[in-house]
Design a protein around this ligand. Structure first.
Ligand code: NAD
Length: 447
């Protein structure tokens, strides 16, 4: 599973050879540790004239313990550059974006952050819509130019959702978003009553019950750990054949193990019963269980098609229907799907898998208004190359290409996917609904 090339670049020989030969030199990404400072260096905050977010954002960043400055000074290195572009209502005003970033872009520090805030183009009209849509090209290009583990994101904030940005800014600026790069996130307008700041930002999920499917190993085990770290009681589910590993995960996180094949006809019923009787319902559902049966279409059997659709898509729809119909999922609940960049870009040998993972995106599209009516949300993560047993089994050449062909030049870790899911689950993320965020280090595949 280890990325031997990246390890080599940190050795004395590697440090000598890599720059001489012009080889890729992926940064060791800064990852979240409890108690670490939110940023390494101050955040420089700017705004185009007429922006509606600057004031609120300034307060939110200060509340998060970030040192916020509004004037660039000398040769200061910045932990983050944050720009409120909501005042850009005409393409001519895009110059404001250039004016803010151009002089300081080289001063983004190691694993620094660039965040541009805008208005969702679909909620704007005419030239404002054009200008706001243009921001996407800017952010995606900046992300490709940044070095040393730094990332860039675009957050579109609907009018009326100005106060609902805190959990997203905290996530994007922190080391929790280490492998999230060049993403476009939408924050919708929901009643403020639903966007509740957690009592403790260290334990935002205290008192919540979270179901994680496929939790015995890999990404699912990491999701269980992170949700438990954030205070949730985790119900860890996996097939009976994974029973031993499942118990290990459940014990490690102080949760409950539930052996169940999620594709069984009676699985939704059994699950609803368990969650109701043992836990009084559920607040967070993470559909992580997934399988691959890779073959090019001409060689793919009916069984290889059916099993992948059954685990990766159909079972999730059946579970959602049951948990919603019987109100097992509490009002304000969260459903989180695990898609894949293969579901966005397609992949050779994965017609079945990519179909199922694109279907997960469809599930988010259809579910968003349904969940919103109950004060809840549904979102998905789309992981790229993540270092797991699954990717360790990929042939060497393809594995190396998967790792290196991204802006961050390396694979992500299961924890990177888990942290993104924990951000969706946060009570303060109630206005983050209907998003599909890639956790892929800006992989060139399907970019
Ligand atoms: N590893 C990656 O690079 C990557 C990339 C994109 C997406 N993903 C997705 O992330 C998720 C987790 O991937 P992983 O790499 O940890 O895989 P994994 O194979 O290590 O874990 C998947 C888990 O799902 C469980 N599972 C399978 N069928 C099940 C069923 N019928 N009922 C209950 N549990 C079942 C398995 O037993 C296993 O524990 C999957 O949905 C996968 O498609 C992974």
């Amino acid at each position: 599973m280890a990325d031997r090339y990246q390890q080599f670049t940190k050795t004395p020989v590697g440090k000598f050879l890599v720059p001489k030969l012009g080889l890729p030199n992926p940064a060791t990404l800064r990852r979240y540790q409890p108690g670490q400072p939110p940023l390494e260096g101050p955040a420089l905050l700017g705004a185009a004239p007429g922006g509606r977010l600057e004031k609120t954002v300034k307060t939110q960043l200060a509340d998060a313990g970030i040192d916020v400055v509004t004037e660039a000074a000398g040769d200061q290195k910045y932990g983050a550059l944050v720009f409120d572009a909501t005042g850009v209502t005409d393409p001519k005003q895009l110059r404001e974006v250039y004016k803010f970033f151009q002089p300081v872009i080289r001063r983004v520090g190691y694993c620094g952050r660039v965040v541009v805030l805008g208005t969702p183009p679909e909620l704007a009209e005419g030239r404002e819509r054009v200008a706001q849509r243009a921001l996407e090209g800017f952010v995606r290009s900046v992300a490709k130019e940044l070095k040393r583990g730094a990332t860039a994101q675009l957050v579109y904030v609907a009018t009326g959702a100005e106060e609902a940005t805190e959990s997203t800014l905290r996530f994007l600026l922190s080391a929790k978003s280490a492998f999230v790069d060049a993403q476009v996130i939408r924050i919708g307008a929901v009643g403020q009553a639903q966007v509740t700041a957690p009592e403790s930002w260290d334990k935002p999920l205290a008192g919540k019950v979270a179901l994680v499917t496929g939790a015995s190993r890999g990404i699912g085990a990491a999701i269980a750990e992170v949700l438990a770290r954030d205070g949730a009681h985790v119900v860890a589910l996996d097939i009976p054949a994974q029973g031993a590993d499942l118990s290990k995960t459940a014990n490690k996180v102080g949760g409950t193990a539930l052996q169940l094949d999620i594709t069984a006809a009676d699985a939704p019923e059994k699950l609803a019963e368990h969650l109701t009787q043992r836990h009084g319902g559920v607040d967070i559902v993470v559909h992580n269980a997934g399988i691959t049966r890779d073959k090019t279409l001409g060689n793919l059997t009916e069984g290889g098609w059916d099993s992948v659709i059954a685990v990766n898509l159909a079972s999730q729809l059946a579970v959602n229907d049951k948990l919603l119909a019987d109100k097992v999922l509490h009002d304000g609940g969260r459903i989180i799907g695990v898609s894949s960049i293969a579901g966005i870009a397609g992949n050779v040998g994965q017609t079945n898998y990519a179909t199922s993972k694109a279907g997960v995106i469809g599930m988010v599209n259809v579910g968003a208004p349904v969940l919103a009516e109950r004060g809840g949300t549904i979102n998905a993560v789309a992981p790229g190359f993540i270092e797991t047993k699954m990717t360790a089994a990929v042939p060497l050449f393809i594995r190396e290409a998967g790792r290196r062909l991204s802006s961050l030049g390396q694979g992500g870790l299961p924890v990177d996917v888990a942290e993104t899911i924990a951000w969706y689950a946060n009570p303060a993320s109630a206005a983050v609904n209907g998003n599909v965020v890639r956790v892929c280090g800006q992989a060139l595949l399907g970019a």
